[in-house]
Design a protein around this ligand. Structure first.
Ligand code: G3H
Length: 197
């Protein structure tokens, strides 16, 4: 039976400075996760399935591609639809800077994080819509490993776990953790392996 693996990119330079969006490189710790990831995947496949060929999907941003760079699988695909939530005018800012510069927006987002759309950017609802083709393709495929971003993973995870999308903005998707989903007729089995780095 098929499985889907999900992972955030390794810690990025922007994660360290608390900036959102952008297209920064992995931090040193993020690179350590990238190097560890092939081993986590093997562990998750188990001894009898260790030769299973996965297809790796990333976003078009550097941090996801860097995270995929040590995986031995030939089939790697980049999807613009997997890029991080576009924060528009707030791209590259920290949450403190956003609160100072756009206090009303900051409050509006807190009041309705699912519907709030950044100035010139996106909302979680917008992400759910752009993920439709990804989900269609996922339903037709076998054994995909998706390396993408927090907001996008929250929406994908909510979809597979049958959680209402409105709750996705608050789902916990930690860094440096490989999540395996095994869709079954009435539910999805989940297992998580945390990298100790
Ligand atoms: O900006 C992108 C972050 O991954 C989303 O975090 O929606 O909790 O602010 P947030």
């Amino acid at each position: 039976p098929r499985s889907i693996w999900l992972s955030r990119h390794g810690e990025s330079e922007y994660n360290l400075t608390g900036q959102i969006g952008g297209d920064s490189n992995l931090s040193e710790r993020g690179w350590r996760y990238a190097k560890r990831l092939p081993e986590l995947v093997l562990k998750s496949l188990g001894e009898e399935n260790k030769h299973t060929n996965l297809t790796v999907w990333t976003s078009t941003l550097k941090r996801t591609q860097q995270t995929s760079s040590f995986l031995p699988y030939k089939r790697k695909l980049q999807w613009k639809a997997l890029d991080e939530l576009d924060a528009g005018e707030c791209d590259g800012m920290t949450y403190e800077e956003i609160e100072k510069t756009f206090p009303e927006d900051f409050k509006a987002r807190d009041d309705d994080k699912y519907e709030y759309r950044y100035r010139g950017g996106e909302s979680y609802r917008d992400i759910v819509i752009r993920l439709e083709p990804i989900i269609m393709e996922l339903e037709r495929q076998e054994n995909i490993l998706i390396i993408t971003h927090q907001a996008v993973l929250r929406c994908l995870y909510a979809y597979f776990m049958n959680v209402p999308q409105e709750e996705s903005p608050w789902m916990s998707i930690p860094l440096h953790t490989l999540i395996k989903l095994e869709p079954r007729a009435y539910s999805t089995l989940v297992s998580r392996i945390k990298a100790d780095i």
